[in-house]
Design a protein around this ligand. Structure first.
Ligand SMILES: [Zn+2]
Length: 90
C-alpha cells in the first residue's frame, strides 16, 4: 500500500483512490486521525486541496493549497471517492 506523511501531523496515511494519469492524475490520501482527505494532482503530485466530510457524507473543500486549476482538478473527481470506504485504518 502506498502511504505518505500527513501534512498536518506526519501520520502515515494511505492512498485510498486515484484517477487519471500523468498531467491529469489525482491521488487521494486519507488521514483517519485528522479525518481529512488530501488531493495531490499531476505527475509531480502537487498538494492541491483537502476535503472533509459533512454531516450528509458529502465532501466539502476544507483547505485550498494549490492553484485554482489544481483545486478544480481535485474537486472534479473527489465525488468519486466514497466516504464510507474510509473507516478502516485504526
Ligand atoms: Zn493527519
Amino acid at each position: 500500500m502506498v502511504s505518505w506523511a500527513c501534512p498536518n501531523d506526519g501520520m502515515q496515511i494511505p492512498r485510498v483512490a486515484q484517477f487519471g494519469a500523468d498531467a491529469t492524475l489525482v491521488q487521494f490520501f486519507w488521514c483517519w486521525s485528522c479525518e481529512e482527505l488530501f488531493a495531490y494532482v499531476g505527475d509531480k503530485a502537487v498538494l492541491a486541496a483537502s476535503f472533509a466530510k459533512d454531516k450528509s457524507q458529502q465532501w466539502r473543500v476544507w483547505k485550498v493549497i494549490g492553484s485554482e486549476h489544481e483545486r478544480n482538478m481535485a474537486v472534479s473527481v473527489v465525488t468519486q471517492v466514497d466516504p464510507r470506504q474510509l473507516q478502516h485504518g485504526n
